[in-house]
Structure formats: structure tokens, C-alpha cells
Design a protein around this ligand. Sequence first.
Ligand code: HEC
Ligand code: HEC
Ligand code: HEC
Ligand code: HEC
Ligand code: HEC
Ligand code: HEC
Ligand code: HEC
Ligand code: HEC
Ligand code: HEC
Length: 329
Amino acid sequence: MQRFLPVVFAVFAFPLFVTACAELKESRPILPVRAYERMIVGRLDAEYVGTDNCVAKCHKHDKITDDFLHSIHGEQIKPETRLPLVNCESCHGPGSLAIDELENNPELNDQLKKKCDTTKFLDIMNLPPQAQSLICLKCHAAASIPTLAHWNASPHALNDVSCFDCHKLHQGPQQKVSHEEMAELCYGCHPEVKAENQLFSHHPLREKKMACVDCHEVHGTTQEKLLRENTPKGTCTKCHMDKQGPFVFEHADVTENCANCHAPHGSVNNNLLNAAMPFLCLQCHGGHTLINIPGVKQLFTNRCTDCHSQVHGTDIPSPATTGSGTFRQ
Ligand code: HEC
Ligand code: HEC
Ligand code: HEC
Ligand code: HEC
Ligand code: HEC
Ligand code: HEC
Ligand code: HEC
Ligand code: HEC
Ligand code: HEC
């Protein structure tokens, strides 16, 4: 009997397996989103009333509503976009309780000094940061911006920064963070970067010719320090293509990370160097004399790049005696 066991198992288990799959196909959310939101509001009897019902009763939110209608979120109300509908209640939760006491006429409400009871909405500003982000993530999965696939493991999410901290959705129709205002937003939490960018040699961030997102992907990446592209070198050679290589004579693997020699945000030294010359080179090399040039006895401990001008690598052999790539030209 024993050797038939596997067969018996296969015969009986197969249909079971198939039915199990059929069950899985009809996966359902553990809790429907709307019921979940009502629970957060604390009242299961709150209902969705729609943007029109919500804002038509009070003028107080006229500017917010107007900006919203001109934003990409407001656009979605038009069915021809075929994208998920976004209205006030998508983020603020069901609103029936908040407008319960209001008359249908906004002028009358103004006269009677009746206001919508905002305490009956989701208290979104006081939710834990992760829950705040979930409000956005229910629509903005990785299909919306691929890098959100790395959001949960990003230093921002892990350090209690939420979508709300950067996206101020009611400041105007703009929902993205504009390149104009970006640096100031980031400096609020990263003052050291602001200080670095004030230094003599700097990437033109303060001149607004560049933005933080040219090098960083703030929603999360596979690289350290939220850097864009696949490698540290790639982050820089995207713009500085002449340093890309590969070269016949490489500077070993030191150029794999440009930050070995450069301070990307700013530096007191020329060319964004993270140490003054020749100390930059002397961190890894000693000075030397030139034994093969007769009569020259001088010990060279400075001006290294006067002779070794091709520190980023070159295809041209050194004219000096050994003929190797000493980065001379
Ligand atoms: C995509 C999400 C989202 C949508 C849609 C949305 N809001 Fe908001 N709302 C927020 C967030 C986040 C905050 C809190 C932070 C802030 O002020 O940006 C907020 C804050 C508010 C505030 C209080 C703060 C303030 O700026 O006065 C009001 C009032 C408000 N929203 C009204 C509305 C109205 C009216 C609509 C529809 C026309 C709407 N919201 C649609 C996300 C949204
Ligand atoms: C009900 C669904 C929904 C919710 C909730 C939602 N969004 Fe959106 N959002 C959209 C859609 C749809 C678009 C337009 C299509 C797109 O760009 O993916 C959009 C676009 C955006 C854009 C792009 C704007 C542009 O100019 O390209 C930003 C930024 C954004 N949303 C931020 C947020 C933030 C922050 C939250 C949370 C406070 C949020 N969204 C909540 C559906 C939603
Ligand atoms: C640290 C600040 C910061 C946080 C936190 C943040 N964003 Fe952004 N987001 C930005 C900036 C800056 C841009 C503009 C990127 C650009 O212009 O390339 C942006 C752009 C976007 C866009 C438009 C993407 C596109 O490619 O057009 C969407 C959608 C978006 N963010 C959604 C979210 C959501 C959802 C969250 C929370 C899970 C979030 N953001 C958290 C700063 C932030
Ligand atoms: C609300 C505060 C806040 C804002 C706004 C903010 N950040 Fe951050 N950021 C943090 C915190 C907290 C961390 C994690 C702790 C740390 O490394 O400083 C972090 C981490 C980072 C890191 C990774 C540091 C590392 O060591 O891995 C980068 C890069 C970064 N932020 C860039 C930005 C950029 C660019 C912006 C603007 C678009 C921005 N941040 C806006 C709070 C913020
Ligand atoms: C030219 C590319 C570039 C630009 C532009 C840039 N960064 Fe960076 N940033 C880097 C690199 C590279 C690192 C990693 C440095 C390292 O590993 O030593 C870094 C590191 C960081 C860190 C981690 C802390 C640190 O100093 O190591 C923060 C925070 C940060 N950047 C914020 C910003 C902000 C905010 C802006 C815009 C004002 C910005 N960066 C613009 C390339 C850039
Ligand atoms: C989005 C394009 C862009 C990226 C990405 C970029 N840079 Fe630059 N870089 C510039 C621009 C623009 C200048 C300024 C050129 C000028 O002022 O003539 C510059 C200047 C420099 C300089 C010379 C500074 C000086 O004082 O003359 C160095 C060194 C440098 N970048 C290194 C880097 C490194 C290292 C990285 C990667 C961490 C990087 N860059 C990423 C655009 C970029
Ligand atoms: C071994 C140190 C070292 C490394 C690593 C390094 N650099 Fe440089 N870089 C220098 C020095 C030194 C200068 C100044 C050149 C001079 O004085 O002639 C410089 C100058 C520059 C300049 C401005 C002048 C020019 O040649 O255009 C740019 C841009 C630059 N480097 C980009 C990069 C990039 C991108 C990487 C990474 C692929 C990188 N550097 C890696 C040492 C280095
Ligand atoms: C982070 C360490 C580091 C720094 C900083 C550095 N180098 Fe190098 N350098 C190396 C390594 C590693 C090698 C390859 C090992 C070897 O051949 O000795 C090398 C090789 C060289 C060579 C010999 C190349 C050959 O083919 O024989 C020269 C010349 C050189 N470096 C010059 C410089 C100059 C000039 C600077 C300053 C602008 C500098 N290096 C900064 C690590 C560094
Ligand atoms: C006057 C020109 C000159 C100056 C200045 C100079 N070098 Fe050289 N360096 C050379 C020549 C020439 C060689 C030998 C090349 C050869 O043999 O092919 C060389 C060789 C080297 C080598 C390769 C040595 C080896 O054993 O293969 C290194 C590393 C080096 N120099 C680093 C430096 C550093 C660091 C500085 C600055 C402190 C510096 N050099 C200053 C001309 C110079």
C-alpha cells in the first residue's frame, strides 16, 4: 500500500488544489476601503456625499475648491480621463456628518454663522505618518510612479516623513513639488545641505539651474543616499559624460564613486574637491622625485595635477618612460 500513497495523494489532492486556486482567484480586500475609512472617522454612519454637496454649502473653501478643480487631481472628475475619480472625500473621508447641520443655501449658512463641522472628517493631520501616506498610496501604487516600489524601505518612510510633508496639495493647483520651491522645502529638514551649497564651489542649485531631484529620487531607490541611476558613478556621468569611460588607463577603481574626491553639494575648494590639493592626492599617494629626468632632484609634494592632469582616466599613454597610464598628457 505504502508505495501507492503518492499516487493516492496525487489523485485526491489534485482536485483540492484546483479548488483552492479557484478560491484564490476571487481574492477580496480584507476590509472594503470605504468601511475602513468610516472606521477611522470613528462613525460608521458617515456617508459619502460627493464634492458638489460638500462644497456647495459653504463658501469658506472657495479658493481650495477652485485650485483643486484646476489641479491634476480635480481633472480626474471628468469621466473622459478614465482615471480613478478623485474628490475631496478621497482624502478627507466621508463627509455627511460634517455637513449634517448645514442648510442648502451657502448665503443662509453665512448669515446663521453655521459652519461645516470639520471635526467629523478624518483628522488627517494627526494620523501617524504611515497612515497619512496610506491615504495617498491607495491610489499611488508603484504603477503610478515606479520608484514608490521602494517607498516603504526609503529613509524618508522609515524616519516618519509622510507624503504630506512635501506635497502641500492646497497651496495652489500644483500638486507636484515645483523645481523653484524644492530646495527651500528640503532645506527645512536638511539645513547642512543648504550650508554646503553656500560655499564657493557649488552645483548651481541656489541659482536654480539644477534641482535636488537631478541627483536624488526622494521616493526611494536601490542606491544609498537616495541617489538616482543604478550606480554612484552613473548619478554623475548622466551629465558629465566625458568622465564615463571605460578608459584604457583607469585611475584604478577610485572613479567608480566620484564622491571619493568630490563633495556634490559644495566645497571651499575649487572644482568641488573634498580636500584641497595636494592633500587630496596625498591621502592615498606619497610625493615623489623624478629619478628619470636627469638633474631634477626636487621632491614633488604639490601641484600634482599640473603633470597628472587626467585623473579621471585617459586613453592616451603617458609620454614618460614607463609608458603606463600615469594620467599625463
Ligand atoms: C489628494 C488628497 C486631497 C484631496 C483630494 C483634498 N484634500 Fe484637502 N487636504 C489634504 C491634505 C493632505 C491636507 C492637510 C495638509 C495641507 O494643508 O496640505 C488637507 C487640508 C485641507 C483643509 C485644511 C487646511 C487648509 O489648508 O485650510 C481643508 C479646509 C481642505 N483640505 C479642504 C478640501 C476640499 C474642500 C477639497 C475638495 C475640493 C479637498 N480638501 C480635497 C488632502 C486632500
Ligand atoms: C482617489 C485616488 C487618489 C488619491 C487618494 C490621491 N491621488 Fe494623487 N493622483 C491621482 C490620479 C488619478 C492622478 C493623475 C494621474 C497620475 O499622474 O498618476 C494623480 C496625480 C498626482 C500627482 C502628480 C501631479 C502632476 O502634476 O503630475 C501628485 C504629486 C499626487 N497625485 C500626489 C498625491 C498625494 C500626495 C496624495 C495624498 C495626499 C494623493 N496624490 C492622493 C489619484 C489619487
Ligand atoms: C521628501 C519629499 C517628498 C515626499 C516625502 C514625497 N514626495 Fe512625491 N514628489 C516630491 C518631489 C520633489 C517631486 C517632484 C519630482 C520631479 O519633479 O521630478 C514629487 C513628485 C511626485 C509625483 C509625481 C511623479 C511624476 O513623476 O510626475 C507623485 C505622484 C508623488 N510625488 C506622490 C507621492 C506620494 C504618494 C508620496 C508618499 C508615499 C510622496 N510623493 C512623498 C517630493 C516628495
Ligand atoms: C519633513 C522633513 C524632511 C523633508 C521636507 C525632506 N527630508 Fe530628506 N530626510 C528626512 C529625514 C528625517 C531623513 C532620514 C534621516 C537622515 O538621514 O537625515 C531624510 C533622508 C534623506 C536622504 C538620505 C540620507 C541618507 O543618509 O540616506 C536624502 C538624500 C534626502 N533626505 C533628500 C531630501 C530631499 C532632496 C528633499 C526635498 C525634496 C527632502 N529630503 C525633504 C527628512 C526630510
Ligand atoms: C550633483 C548631484 C546632487 C545634487 C544636485 C544634490 N545632491 Fe544630495 N547628495 C549627492 C550625493 C552624491 C550624496 C552622497 C554623498 C556621499 O556619499 O558622500 C548626497 C547626499 C545627500 C544627503 C545625505 C547626507 C550627506 O550629506 O551625505 C542629503 C540629506 C542630501 N544629499 C540632500 C540633498 C538636497 C536637499 C539637495 C537639493 C538642495 C541635494 N541633496 C542635491 C548628490 C547630489
Ligand atoms: C543634472 C546634471 C548634473 C549632474 C547629475 C551632476 N552635475 Fe556636476 N555640474 C553640473 C553643472 C550644470 C555644473 C556647473 C557647470 C558650470 O558652472 O559651468 C556642474 C559642475 C560640476 C563640477 C565643477 C564645479 C566647479 O566648481 O567648477 C564638478 C566637479 C562636478 N559638477 C561634479 C559632479 C559630481 C561628482 C556629480 C555626481 C554626484 C555631478 N557633478 C552630477 C551638472 C550636473
Ligand atoms: C581621484 C580623485 C577624483 C575622482 C575620483 C574624481 N575626480 Fe573629478 N576632479 C578631480 C580633480 C583633482 C579635479 C580638478 C582637475 C584639475 O585641477 O585639473 C576634478 C575636476 C572635475 C570636474 C571639473 C573640471 C572638468 O574636468 O570638467 C568635473 C566635472 C569632475 N571632476 C567630475 C567628476 C566625475 C563625474 C567623477 C566620477 C566619475 C569624478 N570627477 C571623479 C579629482 C577627481
Ligand atoms: C581614494 C584614494 C586615491 C586618491 C584620493 C587618489 N588616488 Fe591616485 N591612485 C589610487 C589607486 C588605488 C591607484 C592604483 C594603484 C596603483 O597603481 O598604485 C592610483 C593610481 C594613480 C597613479 C598611477 C597610475 C598608473 O597607471 O601608474 C597616478 C599618477 C595617480 N594615482 C595620481 C593621483 C593624483 C594626481 C591624485 C589627486 C588628484 C590621486 N591620484 C588621488 C588611489 C587614489
Ligand atoms: C613635474 C611633474 C610631476 C608632478 C608635479 C607630480 N608628478 Fe607624479 N609623476 C610624474 C612622472 C613623470 C611620473 C613617472 C611616470 C612614469 O614613470 O611613467 C610620475 C609618477 C607618479 C605616480 C606613479 C608612481 C609609480 O610608482 O608608478 C604616482 C602615484 C604619482 N606620480 C603621484 C603624484 C602625486 C600624488 C603628486 C602630487 C603630490 C605628483 N605625482 C606630482 C610627474 C609628476
